[in-house]
Design a protein around this ligand. Sequence first.
Ligand SMILES: Nc1ncnc2c1ncn2[C@@H]1O[C@H](COP(=O)(O)OP(=O)(O)O)[C@@H](O)[C@H]1O
Ligand SMILES: [Mg+2]
Length: 218
Amino acid sequence: MLSISGIQKSFGRRAVLGAVSLRIEAGEYVAIVGESGSGKSTLLNIIAGLETPDSGDVSFENTNMNTLNDDARTVLRRDNFGFVFQAFHVLPHLTVQQNVGLPLLLRGFDSHQIQVKSKQLIAAVGLAGRENGMPRELSGGELQRVAIARALVGEPKLVLADEPTGNLDQENARQVLALLRDQVKVHGAAGILATHSEAAAATCDRRYRLTGNGLDPL
Ligand SMILES: Nc1ncnc2c1ncn2[C@@H]1O[C@H](COP(=O)(O)OP(=O)(O)O)[C@@H](O)[C@H]1O
Ligand SMILES: [Mg+2]
């Protein structure tokens, strides 16, 4: 499904990624472990087509992302990828249900479909009854559940999670990681979890450490 090969990226004279290669098939959940500053977010941004590598290729379902223009990359990302971030990025002026339904709205689903599907995902992440709540009424763990529901509502083929538990206490982190794994598996998606934590990485099927020389299997 996803194949990246020989990815290199520098910022000025700082070489961040050197020769990163990885293949992921549908249904696989893979951890990329690295210290802060090791390039995890840069790698995820390159996979998402949000950042361009200096060299190397990213292919999604046999389409080389380098061959797409910005509009085509945006559509590919919108229709196939789901994102979960450390800082949740739940929109403060939208209700829980509006936040979860947003990816479907952007893809032109009708309002009935959006309502049915977003309610279903909200229930799946344990927030049934909170549909009309506002983000300010939710805890960090609950906000991340909303973000997981939003990431999966469009049935993405690939879920990219960047330090999703970085802002959570240990117990909420444990619950969110279990939920994220569970949802990735239920939907048959592929997933990449970027984390500094080996305990978090233990929830994945395969693990790699990101170093300046690429990915080492853990
Ligand atoms: N847009 C940018 N411009 C300059 N340097 C950047 C940029 N993005 C990331 N970096 C640098 O690249 C390195 C890796 O960053 P990042 O990918 O965010 O690491 P991680 O997510 O593992 O903490 C850091 O040294 C960071 O300062
Ligand atoms: Mg990061």
